[in-house]
Design a protein around this ligand. Structure first.
Ligand code: BGC
Length: 416
């Protein structure tokens, strides 16, 4: 027993201690290429530089990370693992199940992560009892981002229901402003549709349909009505929306060329990078009819099973990521909220403070749901099928809500 204890203690010490021949570099694959995202990533680069680690950047542009995940797959297939990769929920679990991830459990125990990281995130960062990823943040997708000057000009107020939202969009249209800034890429359209479904069907419906994949819910009249509502929103989008990047849609709102964007709170990172202040320059409201619920995703750094001489760098990265000071500094810039429950909200702006409070309330009240569009509702194959159907509907390849529902049920069934 004593021998076993000593052996374990030795292993723990050796894994956590630096050696002379350790690689002093962190190689990171990610899709943080917009202005706000790059500013947030700089916080991490600087923290690691202070500890003597160089940064080897592997950026793969494309919001939502689909292109990045294709690039990662190729690297992993070639046996060329990065120290870590940005990943969303079910993707972490897939790589872990395939035996590709390392084991951060010793570090996690030493640092007390299990007490600080919300259970909703541990479900994805811990596989088979082992920590395989370091959660960076919690984003939430059911937000409206509004240009305040345009809002004042049209005499708008916070829309509390879907119908009030439509009335607000009508006011912008009448004033000659593009009402809704949307990027016509499948992940953006599906991210918006997550909110539409929650608003149309309510919390229980969202959970059943998009977290439990309950077929009755997926093929229900409520889902049909959700597509009807999506079709209504499409009426307020400008004709050049196809293929537009999400941050360019945010820029339309920042500049006052559009009233509102429905997007995850990474959009706030763009407002911040443009020195815009909530309450003065822009407004953040929950998507109408979803107050009290939070649809979340969380960026995780998936930690691969790297060679021994890279483990110290990986551990340094993981510790830096989950330190309280980093969790505050990074998320203030990124637009997200901390992945730990014990980080004070002092340095966050009004939207960030609301985000932190909303997350806690949703977590306590059972209204915190994984985003299907953002990798936290179901495994990637199902999420991709979903994004595809929603996008075909938005771009007119599917012409009725009824057909959209049929194709959604079929595509999800095939992907399962
Ligand atoms: C990520 C965010 C990122 C956004 C746009 C989301 O999937 O969670 O961190 O800012 O995509 O790139």
């Amino acid at each position: 027993m004593r021998k076993l204890f000593m052996a374990t203690a030795f292993l723990a010490a050796s894994a956590l201690t630096a050696h002379a021949d350790d690689v002093k570099e962190v190689q990171m694959l990610h899709w943080w290429t917009s202005g706000g995202e790059a500013a947030a990533l700089n916080v991490l680069k600087q923290d690691l530089a202070k500890e003597g680690y160089a940064w080897k950047d592997v950026p793969v542009a494309g919001g939502g990370g689909d292109a990045a995940m294709t690039a990662l797959k190729a690297m992993v297939a070639a046996g060329n693992y990065p120290t870590a990769s940005q990943m969303l929920g079910y993707t972490v679990l897939d790589y872990a199940a395939a035996g590709k991830m390392g084991d951060l459990t010793e570090t996690a125990i030493a640092e007390g992560w299990d007490k600080a990281v919300p259970a909703a995130l541990q479900k994805f960062a811990v596989y088979d009892g082992k920590w395989v990823a370091a959660p960076v943040n919690v984003h939430s997708v059911n937000w409206l981002w509004i240009n305040k000057a345009v809002m004042d000009k049209i005499g708008g107020t916070e829309p509390k229901t879907f119908d009030e939202f439509i009335a607000l969009l009508d006011k912008a249209k009448a004033a000659g402003v593009t009402p809704l800034a949307l990027g016509g890429q499948n992940w953006q359209e599906a991210t918006m549709f997550d909110s539409v479904v929650l608003s149309t069907g309510g919390p229980e419906f969202y959970k059943k349909a998009f977290n439990e994949l309950d077929e009755e819910s997926l093929k229900s009249d409520t889902m049909k009505k959700s597509f009807d509502n999506l079709a209504k929103l499409k009426e307020y989008v400008d004709p050049n929306f196809s293929g537009r990047d999400w941050n360019l849609a945010t820029a339309m709102v920042i500049k006052g060329d559009a009233l509102v964007q429905v997007m995850g709170d990474w959009a706030k990172g763009e407002f911040k990078a443009a020195n815009k202040v909530p309450g003065t320059d822009f407004l953040c409201y929950r998507f109408p009819g979803t107050d009290g619920s939070v649809i979340y995703n969380s960026d995780m750094f998936g930690m691969f099973d790297v060679p021994a001489d890279q483990k110290a760098a990986q551990i340094a990265l993981a510790k830096a990521t989950l330190s309280k000071s980093f969790q505050s500094a990074f998320n203030v810039v990124k637009g997200s909220v901390p992945a730990r429950t014990d980080v004070p909200d002092t340095d966050f702006d009004a939207c960030g403070k609301k985000g932190i409070a909303d997350l806690k309330a949703a977590n306590d009240g059972g209204t915190l749901f994984g985003s299907l569009a953002q990798g936290y509702g179901a495994p990637p194959a199902v999420a991709n099928a979903y994004k595809d159907v929603v996008s075909k509907f938005v771009h007119g390849q599917i012409t009725t809500s009824e057909e959209a529902v049929n194709q959604l049920v079929q595509a999800i069934d095939d992907a399962k």
